[in-house]
Design a protein around this ligand. Structure first.
Ligand code: ADP
Ligand code: MG
Length: 251
């Protein structure tokens, strides 16, 4: 099977940095996989996400070497808008992501941009609002919502574009433990029912593993210096066995 995301000997250095943040990365993610990316703060997890969704190099300039392919595209050529058709990103700070005055408008934003006709827009908004359980909130202002509700609206906003890849950058950061579990449940449901490729970046490992993942990628130091990589299986808990790859890191 062809990977949907493939980093090959990929190095990225922010223009303002002296050393690369991502160094000699090899990582392949296959269609439909649900991958958890963990690693200490500052290890380059968000940078990795920015490379996938095109924010690198368009919002965050720098130099890269090696290759990165996402859905058959090179994000550094496809641009942020081009990548938004393939990759939906839900950020940790969802407040900055809201554009509409109401939840419905916000979810519909991408469709309005694409000049989709009204009837289709309403039915699509309804459909994704149902999946993420925000149907009763459609006429509310995004600012009135709780943290968990805001996140579900953000998810709807990226899912409406029918993207193949969903990228969550620390989705639990602003949520209390109970709401966090609900979010992990919802991500799990989306992954199982839609077959989309799901990447979850999260340092709250225990909460993130509240539902199974196919694979855990550990972003961290130690192995990058020699360019060595290793892969092994680890028993995460008594009932689950997932593959863990160690890869990536910064200098
Ligand atoms: P993580 O998400 O794992 O906490 P980041 O990818 O946000 O890590 O950051 C890793 C490192 O990359 C930071 O320590 C910083 O040195 C560098 N970095 C991140 N964002 C930028 C940026 N916009 N410009 C320059 N350097 C950055
Ligand atoms: Mg981060």
């Amino acid at each position: 099977m062809t990977p949907i995301i493939e980093f090959k000997d990929y190095t990225f250095k922010y223009r303002s940095q002296v050393e690369p943040t991502l160094y000699n990365i090899d990582l392949a993610v296959y269609p439909g996989e649900k991958v958890l990316i963990v690693g200490p703060s500052g290890s380059g997890k968000s940078t990795l996400a920015h490379c996938i969704n095109g924010l690198v190099p368009f919002s965050f300039p720098g130099e890269s070497s090696g290759t990165l392919t996402v859905g058959g595209q090179d994000p550094s050529k496809a641009g942020i808008f081009g990548m938004s058709k393939l990759v939906g990103t839900v950020l940790q700070d969802t407040d900055g992501q809201f554009i509409g005055l109401t939840v419905a408008e916000d979810i519909a934003f991408a469709l309005e941009n694409d000049c989709v006709e009204q009837a289709e827009m309403f039915s699509k908004v309804d459909e994704v609002a149902e999946i993420v359980d925000v149907k009763t909130l459609l006429s509310h202002a995004p600012t009135e919502l709780s943290g968990g509700q805001k996140q579900r609206v953000s998810m709807a906003g990226v899912m409406i574009d029918d993207v193949d890849i969903l990228l969550f950058d620390e989705p639990l950061a602003n949520l209390d433990p109970a709401t966090g579990k609900k979010a992990i449940d919802l991500i799990d449901k989306i992954s199982r029912t839609t077959g989309k490729t799901v990447l979850i970046i999260e340092h709250r490992l225990e909460d993130a593993l509240y539902r199974d993942v196919d694979r855990i990628v550990v972003v961290g130091d130690g192995l990058w210096r020699t360019g060595n990589r290793m892969s092994f299986s680890a028993r995460i808990s008594w009932k689950r066995k997932v593959s863990v790859s160690l890869c990536i890191s910064r200098l």
